[in-house]
Design a binder for this molecule. Structure first.
Ligand SMILES: [Zn+2]
Length: 263
């Protein structure tokens, strides 16, 4: 097992997809493992292909909420993908209202999100959730949690997961913890203090580290293509914000990832 885990990367997207060997070599050098995440059917298939080449890479399969205009979500096709032993989560899936979403768009996103939830329950695999609210609100989180809380009543501990690239406030974090979902943090925590309060609030057992590579490189790599090995900087930032030893945070996150994703 590696020392660090980046629970949400896209080795299946360019430019990382063109340089697996380089990306993997830098992960090995830095003791980093990763879960690489599909955003549609083709990239989900590619994530599985990559995960099956490397022991310390796993995959997620799903349709990103802003990619659902190019593809009709076919749950049967995703179910076949989700059966692969290296698939450790369903997603990324969820709700994205950031660029403005009218009622029709919201309804469509919710419908596809529910199908992902049902697939995750059926496969007994956790969800990798993308929730991005409109500016100055928590709307996408509130809607996602309303839906999840309902399923939780019926399915209990079979329903689990993580809110990726978490930008929610303490109230949202409390609701997520209440249904036993974890939250993962990215590059921005290394260059803004906007997330310090929620990170200080959250017990370590609910925190995960990720890069969302190739997006959102942390300090000191800003302006470069983000890669999973940079997740060390996320762990460092969490340790600084929580005033804990870095090793303790790294170990706790590995434990969390094992608990939630069985990696
Ligand atoms: Zn992503």
């Amino acid at each position: 097992m590696q020392k660090y885990i980046d629970i949400h990367s896209h080795l299946n997207l360019e430019p990382l997809n063109a340089d697996h060997e380089g990306v993997i070599a830098r992960m090995v050098e830095n003791n980093v493992s990763t879960i690489t995440i599909g955003v549609d059917y083709e990239t989900s298939k590619q994530a599985i292909k990559i995960a099956n080449k490397y022991d310390f890479v796993w995959a997620g399969v799903g349709l990103h909420p802003t990619d659902n205009t190019n593809e009709i979500f076919n749950i049967e096709k995703y179910e076949i993908l989700a059966q692969d032993k290296k698939v450790v989560c369903v997603g990324e899936c969820g709700l994205d209202y950031f660029r403005g979403a009218d009622e029709n768009i919201k309804e469509k996103q919710k419908e596809i999100f529910k199908k992902h939830i049902e697939l995750a329950i059926k496969m007994k695999k956790p969800l990798m959730i993308h929730a991005r609210p409109s500016k100055g609100s928590m709307d996408a989180y509130e809607d996602a949690l309303d839906i999840l809380e309902n399923y939780k009543k019926e399915h209990g501990s079979i329903l689990s997961g993580n809110f990726h690239f978490f930008v929610g406030d303490i109230n949202i974090a409390k609701r997520a913890m209440n249904i036993d979902f974890t939250m993962s943090f990215d590059g921005p925590i290394t260059f803004t203090s906007d997330y310090d309060e929620v990170i200080r609030f959250l017990p370590l057992e609910y925190i995960m580290s990720e890069t969302d590579a190739p997006f959102a490189a942390p300090v000191p790599y800003r302006g470069k293509t983000c890669e999973p090995y940079m997740v060390c900087e996320i762990v460092k930032a969490i340790a600084r914000i929580k005033e804990l030893p870095e090793n303790e945070v790294a170990e706790a996150i590995i434990k969390n990832a094992k608990r939630v994703f069985s990696v």
